[in-house]
Design a protein around this ligand. Sequence first.
Ligand code: SF4
Ligand code: SF4
Length: 224
Amino acid sequence: MDSNQIKKKARKLGANLVGIASVDRFSDAPEGFKPRGIYADAESVIVYAKRVPVTILSAQSAIPCTFVNNLMTTAVDNLSIQLSLWLEDNGIGTVMIPSDDPYEHWEPERSYGRAILSLRHAGLLAGLGFLGRNTLLINEKYGNMIQLGALLVNRELEPDPVIEGECPEDCRLCIENCPPHALDGKTVKQRLCRPLSNHINEKGYTIKKCNICRSICPLALGIR
Ligand code: SF4
Ligand code: SF4
């Protein structure tokens, strides 16, 4: 089983993008959030993404965005489990990383949550794109309209080259238009962002009330 066969299978299962990173590329990840902290036998990380329907950015209501986000998360998690089962059937051990929730690390004083593995950084290290000043992964073809997932595998696979990309030098649109000024070009202050991006309404639903940093980006739909 080689990298190309695995990528072919991931695409057959619905992935629009697939890349591979070796675990040694994660040396800069915080302690406790590296692949081998999750799966001691991990040798490689397979990172993939499904494209998100782009017209959703034109919706005036937050409900369709929330709905699509939930559907995309489930779709990528379903892809993960199918790929994981197929790899296991072919003798490769895998551990799935959730496309979104759940996670354990939570700092209530600054409303800060950290996923067990940052999928955006995993995507960067697997050659799927680069990180914009809005902190989102930007892919050449699909921009930031992608939903990411990953599998840790106990097999050394051929890694993909990391993409050398960056935002246009003079662009600050995401930083300047974030309503609560949560972006500084490198990180997002979750305490400020969360009340809008994960707004809990009176009914108890979590609603994506803001995606300005995604929609306003001139690279949102890819690099043209
Ligand atoms: S989702 Fe909205 S509040 Fe959060 S960083 Fe982006 S623009 Fe700012
Ligand atoms: S809006 Fe501009 S600065 Fe922000 S991520 Fe997009 S290209 Fe980069």
